[in-house]
Design a protein around this ligand. Structure first.
Ligand code: MG
Length: 390
């Protein structure tokens, strides 16, 4: 029986994880769960799965619930980190949103756990620290992100020097066919209508701007030790091919499947084995034909290039990109900046903090805070809300 801690249990990937576990009760036990602030939801899930180790990241969410505090519920980011290192936990599914996911990733790896990583921001903000924590503690990093799960599956037993390049696929998001003028007027509710994947708000906006794909390029760089010029991106609107790996002999492998997070979640829980799962069967190549691939249009999706360049720049630049992007997305969701305003905010913050480095967790968190402050000031300065369609 594998003991699982589901961090971010009430979010989209967290719920996918629990839905996979529901179908495999003899295989997995949910030892611990955390949520951001949805106390009621977490309480119901805890009752269903018989989970006793619980944490809520937002401390104030428990202020009217002394009963839960008395029952041992943890609060605050430290509470979530504690769950990641508990005895009895074999796999930590880290589905926390944003840079807040970094400390639990480090804690899981340092405590010799498998970290099934859905929180790509951990690797983006502090890739070197994450790899070092795995080396130090003996923990193992297995991606939940569908593209990176695909790459892991394609690589199989191949050695790193046998990989020529990887090609990540991107759905292109809801604005794949929207022209630049219309994009300038795009609203959050339009951006939240993703054509193939059902996900949380932050990642759905990131998919609409292709910032998500830049984060994934950086994630692939750290996960597979590949230089940036060997990581490419291609738009594939139906999200059936999850990525390609081209080997040095010219052979290309891809992994395919329905666009559901349950597939990469199950794989991350059981890798390198494959348990039978009847729900995820039913691949029909005829129905899925033809598979279409297109280049990325960097003009309409400037956050993509900004993110990849931040990855290439190294140092603290990816952490700065990630933090500024989180603030920009929040501002876009609340009508504070326009679609292109997000890229303006991020570009300005990257420029202001160019050349910064961050060598330990404290420095990464410091850079993260500085970038957020800087981005918030930039959101105000741009003041795009004034021209926002009412
Ligand atoms: Mg992905």
């Amino acid at each position: 029986m594998t003991g699982v801690a589901v961090l971010g249990a009430t979010g989209s990937v967290g719920l996918s994880t629990l839905s996979v576990i529901r179908r495999h009760p003899a295989r997995f036990r949910v030892v611990a769960m955390s949520g951001h602030r949805s106390v009621g939801k977490l309480e119901r899930l805890a009752a269903e799965f018989g989970t006793r180790e619980l944490a809520v990241a937002e401390s104030s969410a428990l202020k009217d619930r002394p009963d839960l505090k008395a029952a041992g519920w943890r609060t605050g980011p430290e509470g979530v980190v504690e769950l990641a290192a508990l005895p009895g936990v074999d796999v930590v599914v880290n589905a926390v949103v944003g840079a807040a996911g970094l400390p639990p990733t480090l804690a899981a790896l340092e405590a010799d756990k498998r970290c099934a990583l859905a929180n790509k921001e951990s690797l983006v903000a502090a890739g070197d620290l994450v790899l070092e924590a795995a080396r130090r503690g003996g923990g193992e990093l297995v991606p939940v992100d569908s593209e990176h799960s695909a790459i892991l599956q394609c690589i199989g037993a191949a050695r790193r020097d046998e990989i020529n390049r990887v090609i990540l696929t991107a759905s292109g998001g809801p604005f794949r066919e929207t022209d630049a003028e219309a994009l300038g007027e795009a609203t959050a509710s339009m951006a939240l209508r993703h054509p193939t994947w059902e996900m949380g708000a932050k990642i759905t906006i990131d998919s609409a701007t292709l910032a998500n794909k830049a984060l994934e390029v950086i994630e692939a760089h750290f996960l597979y030790g590949l230089p940036y010029d060997r990581i490419e991106v291609v738009v594939h609107p139906t999200s059936i091919v999850h990525s390609f790996v081209e080997f040095v002999d010219g052979s290309v492998l891809s992994q395919m499947g329905a666009p559901t997070m349950e597939l990469p979640v199950l794989h991350a829980l059981t890798w390198p084995r494959r348990p039978p799962d009847p729900v995820l069967q039913g691949f029909d190549p005829i129905e899925l034909s033809p598979l279409v691939f297109e280049p990325v249009d960097e003009k309409r999706f400037p956050l993509f290039r900004l993110g990849v360049n931040a990855g290439r720049a190294g140092g603290a630049a990816p952490a700065v990109f990630n933090a500024a992007n989180e603030v920009a997305v929040e501002a876009f969701l609340t009508g504070g900046v326009t679609f292109f305003g997000m890229a303006e905010v991020v570009a300005a913050v990257l420029e202001a903090l160019e050349g910064r480095t961050a060598c330990d967790l404290q420095e990464v968190l410091q850079v993260d805070r500085t970038a957020r402050r800087c981005a918030a000031a930039e959101v105000k300065r741009i003041g795009a809300w004034q021209s926002w369609p009412q």
